[in-house]
Design a protein around this ligand. Structure first.
Ligand SMILES: O=C(O)CCC(=O)C(=O)O
Length: 284
């Protein structure tokens, strides 16, 4: 892992993120690693379809991917990714989403969007989150490669809205080999492309947000504590078992990681509970 970082040109990727709003890490995963990723994803695929145009009616999404296998945990704390995130987000940043996205043949292009648009802060603004998309299959101009508008991360609201309404420059497909990883700003305009090929396009996306922001996925409820206990302290912190100082995220005035101790009982369960109502008498 340290070796990976040693060979990684962090500064060049950071410069590209700053100027264009994205960077591509070629050969992020080796052929062997990619094979294992495919093997670990296989049991989750084949059963679902998206419920709306954004998820994609011909697209399959596997949510809470980080809790579905050891290699998905490893991916979340890859040192090259963390090096890029460390430079762009505050210490204590969180994993906000982790999913596989399988765009099937015939799928239309997704609406153009930004990943952190639900943080309703006026543009231009710094990103509240950063995303990565790992190509599990080759990304081609025909099979639904992620399409993006380079430089749109610095645009004001008028320009961004025009582009999202297709009144701006056309988004460009990120043609890249399987195993490559696209990293981009949460306010860069992009979309999953239309799949006009005969085969599905499989990818993994992980997204990370500032430590003070609400996460898309509620990992406290989605991942049972028994599974979180098996994870590394770094990953536990990324999932929210951490504090944004001085005390955002506390659990009844204690550090949230205490909830993972084997004998933890929620303090509210250890103290008396009152059944008095404001009207005076118990109502049930
Ligand atoms: O699958 C892709 O290439 C992009 C998907 C995406 O942008 C999203 O679902 O937010």
């Amino acid at each position: 892992m340290t070796q990976l970082l040693h060979e990684f040109d962090t500064e060049t990727h950071l410069a590209s993120l700053a100027s264009s709003g994205f960077t591509v890490i070629p050969d992020f995963l080796s052929a062997d690693q990619l094979q294992r990723v495919k093997q670990a994803l296989a049991p989750h695929l084949g059963g679902y379809s998206g419920r709306n145009d954004f998820e994609g009616f011909d697209t399959e999404r596997v949510y809470t991917l980080v809790a579905r296998g050891r290699l998905f945990e490893d991916l979340a704390e890859d040192p090259r990714l963390l090096a890029l995130l460390d430079a762009n987000l505050l210490p204590g940043y969180l994993l906000t989403a982790s999913q596989a996205i399988n765009i099937r043949p015939g799928e239309s292009a997704q609406p153009l969007h930004v990943d952190d648009g639900f943080y309703r802060l006026p543009r231009p603004r710094p990103a509240v989150s950063f995303s990565m998309i790992l190509a599990v299959d080759d990304f081609t101009a025909k099979n639904g490669a992620t399409e993006l508008i380079s430089g749109s991360h610095v645009w004001d609201a008028a320009k961004a809205t025009a582009a999202a309404d297709l009144r701006g420059p056309a988004p460009e497909p990120m043609v890249m080999n399987a195993g490559s990883c696209l990293v981009f700003s949460g306010i860069l305009i992009h979309r999953g492309g239309a799949n006009r090929s005969p085969a599905p396009r499989l990818a993994i996306t992980y997204q990370y947000c500032q430590p003070w922001a609400r996460t898309q996925e509620n990992y406290f409820l989605a991942i049972p504590p028994e599974r979180v206990r098996q994870m590394s302290p770094r990953l536990q912190a990324l999932l929210g078992y951490s504090i944004w100082p001085p005390f955002m995220g506390h659990v009844t005035a204690s550090h949230p990681a205490k909830t993972l101790e084997p004998d933890f009982m929620a303090p509210v369960c250890l103290a008396p509970w009152s059944d008095l109502t404001l009207n005076g008498s118990p109502d049930r």
